[in-house]
Design a protein around this ligand. Structure first.
Ligand SMILES: [Ca+2]
Length: 100
């Protein structure tokens, strides 16, 4: 019942229900130092303020080698900027997860 209430609320508060034409913009590729980030296929991105500086960082699982990249956000949540990445480590070694 709670899901139905949320669905009804979202439906009636949607831009179309309010008579407002929604504005969609095209996808924007996330870049690192101006270069599109590419981890091959099956990338698993998440945004989380890993270093607790107030700006969400990009945590990105990569299929190849099963490693996890951390891109620290040097900008803001509204205008993120990345400049390189590090791999998540444990005991001085890159953490790897099963892949393939
Ligand atoms: Ca951060």
């Amino acid at each position: 019942m709670q899901k139905l209430s949320v669905l009804v609320a979202v439906t009636f508060l949607s831009p179309l229900a309010l008579g407002v034409t929604p504005l969609f913009i095209g996808p924007e590729q996330v870049t690192d130092g101006g270069v599109p980030i590419d981890v091959g296929y099956y990338g698993a991105p998440a945004m989380y303020d890993w270093n607790l500086d107030g700006a969400k960082d990009l945590i990105l699982g990569q299929f190849t080698e099963g490693k996890i990249r951390l891109y620290e956000n040097k900008g803001t949540d509204q205008a993120p900027e990345f400049d390189g990445y590090t791999f998540f480590q444990s005991g001085g070694n890159d953490i790897t997860l099963p892949y393939g």
